[in-house]
Design a protein around this ligand. Structure first.
Ligand code: RP5
Length: 345
């Protein structure tokens, strides 16, 4: 039996979704885990203009986010940024018409010549580029599995598991369906456990970067490369964005990653799942795995001198508090971290 969109959504209890850590914590009467759960609705990828474009999302009221809500008049704008097409990290378009590539030639600025010489073309499509994504599976080195389980597929195209966003296509995201990221939350105590007056709890700090694209403050996370392990993405992204590792020599980079190895070997998973990212569309969305790496006595990464690099404009140690307004779902992850450590929030 083919699963309808509503079947799939009904079997994804987003509001109730808990990790085993949460269940264990709740079972033991511990309240510090589990504040960040899969969102039942998204807000940052809805009712706004699409980032880095003049595209206006089709307005979607709260009650129409779910695909289960019938809405024949829903007419999302179609947008895939020209900047991502033909990027090595991006999927090809699905079912494109009027696409007349000059196979085997330099096609405008796109080099369609192959080092292997002439490649076979069948029905106008090069066999090597025949795009038959294996939704829900590890597709070669591309992970098309989702943390939310099974996502709906409509006419061969994945549908956002949380619901409508007002834009179809991929926007700025390279992959149809889930686009996987990893978020390293590196923390230390402020001034040897300075106490916040209102809550009487010690103040925790995390390494925050200011993103170049939106200028919002964020966790220094990034995309998992095809075939890359999350355990490799976490220190790599942290080193690139918060320590400007790309400005170092290859030897220095190896030494830096070796130094980070110890701290990054003792992480605690804070969240895995859908991210309410402003780039999400009806057909492409962000998912992440967020880990907390805590420097209890401030003797390891707590002492490193931070320097912004890669996609980061600035970097700093930032106090955790409920007043933080951060990129995407990042405040939610930090609230969990604050609870885990009994820190001020
Ligand atoms: C967010 O986008 C994730 O939580 C992660 O922090 C980030 C990855 O995207 P880039 O920073 O690589 O653009 O959804």
């Amino acid at each position: 039996m083919a699963l309808s969109i509503c079947h799939v959504q009904r079997f994804l209890p987003y509001c109730l979704r808990r990790s085993w850590i949460d269940i264990l914590g709740l079972g033991l009467g511990l309240k510090f885990f589990g504040s960040c759960t899969m969102p039942s609705i998204h807000t940052k990828c809805r009712n706004s203009s699409y980032p880095r474009s003049s595209v206006q999302r089709f307005p979607v009221p709260d009650e129409k986010v779910s695909w289960c809500a019938s809405w024949p008049d829903y007419k999302p704008v179609s947008y895939t940024s020209p900047d991502i097409l033909d990027k090595p990290f991006a999927d090809p378009e699905i079912g494109v018409r009027n696409f007349e590539p000059k196979w085997h030639h330099l096609d405008g600025e796109v080099d369609r010549r192959s080092h292997v010489g002439t490649y076979p073309i069948q029905n106008g499509i090069p066999l090597v580029r025949n795009f038959e994504p294996k939704w829900h599976h590890l597709d070669g080195e591309v992970d098309r599995r989702s943390h939310v389980g099974t996502y709906p597929i409509q006419n061969g195209i994945p549908l956002n598991p949380v619901g409508r966003t007002g834009v179809k296509g991929r926007g700025l995201l390279g992959r149809w369906g889930p686009n996987h990221a990893a978020d390293p939350i590196v923390t230390r105590w402020k001034d040897g456990k300075a106490i916040q007056m209102d809550t009487q709890r010690p103040i925790l700090q995390f390494v925050a970067i200011q993103r170049r694209d939106s200028e919002e403050w964020a966790i220094p996370g990034g995309m998992i490369d095809p075939g890359e392990k999350v355990t490799a993405t976490l220190p790599r992204e942290f080193a690139e964005e918060a320590l400007n590792s790309e400005s170092l020599t290859e030897k220095q980079q190896v030494e830096l990653l070796a130094m980070l190895k110890d701290l990054f070997s003792k992480g605690l998973e804070v969240y895995h799942g859908y991210v309410d990212d402003p780039r999400n569309t009806d057909n492409a969305w962000m998912e992440t795995v967020a880990y907390n790496f805590h420097d209890e006595d401030g003797t390891s990464v707590g002492r490193l001198s931070l320097q912004a690099g890669s996609d980061a404009r600035s970097v700093q140690w930032m106090d955790l508090s409920s007043h933080l307004a951060l990129y995407a779902s990042h405040s939610c992850f930090l609230e969990t971290v604050a609870r885990m450590h009994g820190a001020h929030w």
